[in-house]
Ligand binder design. Sequence first.
Ligand SMILES: [Zn+2]
Length: 155
Amino acid sequence: MPKFVDTSPPGQCIFCRIVAREIPAAVVYEDELTVAFMDIGQVNPGHVLVATRRHAANLFEVTDEEAAALMQTARRVALADQQAFPSAGLTLLQANGAEGGQTVNHIHMHVVPRHANDGIELSWPRKEPAASVLAEYAEQLRNALAADRKRETAA
Ligand SMILES: [Zn+2]
């Protein structure tokens, strides 16, 4: 599968340029916080990208409000896709960082209508750790969540 390479000049973000209408894009929906447009790389007809209007590189840089708006717009587009491009399934994909599969450093969510044998693959190498290891993982994460909550209430 050919990977998209962002060839925007340094310091310029291709999605910010789309949001600002500096470069043409097939915009399908926009509101105060998000803009949805057809992915030029159409994996299947109806493939849409939902991006925040404000530049934020990834999930770690958006506000709670923007995160919620991304999902609301993705759902809205998904429902419309079911009308315009009926499909048996639909995948939402949101990647962060190169290792996470992100190719444009402006947060976006893919809305992809899915069909049997459409060639899209997501490898999912299950590790199945012991229950005690899983319990340790959960403890680490609960501690991080509790610390995060404490920071929020202190702010
Ligand atoms: Zn941007």
